[in-house]
Ligand binder design. Sequence first.
Ligand code: MV4
Length: 504
Amino acid sequence: MFNKVLIANRGEIAVRILRACRELGVQTVAVYSEADRQALHVRYADEAYLLGPAPARDSYLRMDKILEIAKKSGASGIHPGYGFLAERADFAQACLDEGIAYIGPKPSAIAAMGDKAVARKTVSAAGVPVVPGTEGEGALRDEELLAIAPKSGFPLLIKATAGGGGKGMREVRNLEEMPGLIQAARREAEAAFGDGNVYLEKLLEGARHIEIQVLADQMGNTISLGERECSLQRRHQKLLEESPSPFVAGNEKLRNQMGEVAVRAAQAVEYVNAGTIEFLVDKDGNFFFLEMNTRLQVEHPVTEMVTGVDIVKEQIRIARGRQMRYTQADIHLNGWAIECRINAEDPYNDFLPSTGVITHILPPTGPGVRIDAGVYPGFEISPYYDSLISKLIVWGETRAEAVLRMRRSLEEYKVVGVRTNIPFHQNLMDSHRFMAGQFDTRFVEERFSMELADSHKEGHDRIAAIFATLVAHRQTQLSAQIVRRAERDASNWKWVGRWERMQR
Ligand code: MV4
């Protein structure tokens, strides 16, 4: 049992976790880098401690400093959020060694799922379908990979054993191009993970990326919280997520099957706390385990909106040794939720990150709207961390209502000072394929372009110029006319009376 939690993260997710702690009556400790002195998570926490210079390796990745601050402040639990130290088995172990509760799974589960070969072998033995691949044969040399490839048939995918998130991944269509691609994949994996080992998988084309949220307590109760559709991404960066998936909605049998398989995959590594099983789903509804994310995910709010479960509070309760408040029978998906990731990046310039001070920000509100943000007016977006500035999440009774709410909210959302990808999301909301739910993981990169989406808005620059001229003209006129308003000598009701008499 702990009553003080250190949040080893920054930005919107640190704020999200702080809110859960506040509701549970748990004391909070924030940590921050020199670039984050003014950050929202620092203001929100009960206590805050400086970690070091802006670069992550000098601040948010400093295990030693974070543990030292935890001890100094008396925090007996650590929530890692996502990214940074969130999937480091050594960090989870270091917390436990210090007698600090790690709000996440056991180090052994993080390690097992972190190695793709071990993960596939473990879940496969538990009856979870995986894409056919060579991981069972251990580390293979180039000659061995080249010998196996023609036998299993092309197209194939070279994947890094230590991988995840698409790093060190290469598509192979024939034997001739394979040696060069193996080298490239090994080099990329070595640079990213310090491990150049790769294996082969059959390439599944035109599949959707659908993931299942799971929760497990220390007593061995494990449940699934429905699916999230995550196919809309660009270069392995998700841009929009929804729950349910348009592909799974209405197919209760598929949802139950995927849920049961996800629970089995989690149980195969004695999983505790919140985690996510990623699947590739082909157009016939066949699904295959891809990997497990052993952490809280960016897109967890869409699941919270449709299930009513506060995943972060449940994580903390579970880490405190409590039994889960829900059984599988308690979980029902109600309505539809969509999340747009609002990034400080320019959708008209190859999604180039945009930095600077947010001079104004006016987020949408109203029915069915949730904003998880880590910024406020005056905050400076630095180049040191990811470009996510807020998540706009909407809920509707139906997908159509959620889409209309998202459109309305994107229109309301005003950010001045940095460029954002809001125009991208607006174009996506207008796309017929998105509206129809017909998209796979290649949609954004291969079938969607801002230029095409904007083309029907031809002439907008001229209209804008005309409007700007009219506004400028009117302001000149007004400034000539404005006289100071008289002190109020009569109530509005009297004014109405006088006006009405004048009209007679
Ligand atoms: C695949 C695949 C097709 N076939 N594996 C991308 C990141 C990592 N999680 C695994 N990924 C993929 N694995 C086989 N055998 C296609 C992808 C993939 C992808 C998966 C999910 C979301 C977006 C993606 C974009 C490109 C490729």
